[in-house]
Design a protein around this ligand. Structure first.
Ligand code: PXP
Length: 236
């Protein structure tokens, strides 16, 4: 199973001060050098974290694969067609949400999705659809021409350790098996952390996990001791 690292929140931290620190390009390089098999960024409509220039630079500097998360918006489609990332992941997007709240409704708009992704696939970019672990959504995704789905693990992650865990886990597993039987490759992500990620091994042939918030949060603590030590040395 591969690890795609979502570096959006490195940009969130940078944007809090409006400067250039921490550098997202450097962050991507560190992720790649330490086991990240792809770098994921979400170019949101409001550009609250990753900006256009980040994506344009990352496409040149990344040594593994750039996975661009994006909504079904014409201006973002234009950027995807121009920079040609390795893959895109189509997500729903609401302006007020803190993070992507649910999967894309593919079942309700199969034709629209197929038309939107068709030029992107023709440009040589792999297309993944971020969907809830729901039979109808999986079946619909298989009709769009997309090569991958990414199963939304948010509800499982929230249910982890509670009575609802098993039910939510089985939805993921059954959806993955159904998708694979329909010829789709399967990624998963959202809300995965150092406690709940282990169960992803129980889902056969999951290709890649996309994980962001828990890794960036962990990095604050695993890196804080050294950061303070270095500054203390400088001002001693
Ligand atoms: N996959 C998708 C499609 C997402 O939208 C996100 C969040 O940007 C993630 C994975 C990563 O989620 P998290 O930051 O909770 O690990």
């Amino acid at each position: 199973m591969l690890l795609g690292v979502n570096i959006d929140h490195v940009a969130t931290l940078r944007n809090a001060r409006g400067g250039s620190e921490p550098d997202v390009i450097k962050a991507a390089e560190i992720c790649e050098k330490n086991g990240g098999t792809s770098i994921t960024t979400h170019l949101r409509e409001d550009r609250r974290h990753i900006k256009d220039q980040d994506v344009r630079t990352l496409i040149k500097t990344i040594k593994t694969k750039l996975n661009l998360e994006m909504a079904m918006a014409d201006d973002i489609q234009k950027i995807a067609l121009e920079i040609k990332p390795h893959s895109i992941c189509l997500v729903p997007e609401k302006r007020q949400e803190i993070t992507t709240e649910g999967g894309l409704d593919v079942a309700g708009q199969i034709e629209k999705v197929r038309e939107f992704i068709s030029p992107i696939i023709n440009a040589g970019t792999i297309v993944s659809l971020f969907i809830d672990p729901d039979e109808n959504q999986v079946k619909a995704a298989a009709k769009t021409g997309a090569q991958f789905i990414e199963l939304h693990t948010g509800t499982y992650s929230e249910a982890y350790g509670t009575q609802r865990e098993e039910e939510e886990f089985q939805k993921l597993k059954n959806s993955a098996l159904l998708a694979q039987s329909l010829g789709l490759k399967v990624n998963a992500g959202h809300g995965l952390n150092y406690e709940n990620v282990h169960r992803m091994h129980e889902i056969p042939n999951l290709y890649e996990l996309n994980i962001g918030h828990s890794i960036i949060s962990r990095a604050v603590f695993t890196g804080l001791a050294q950061a303070v030590e270095e500054m203390a040395d400088l001002i001693k």
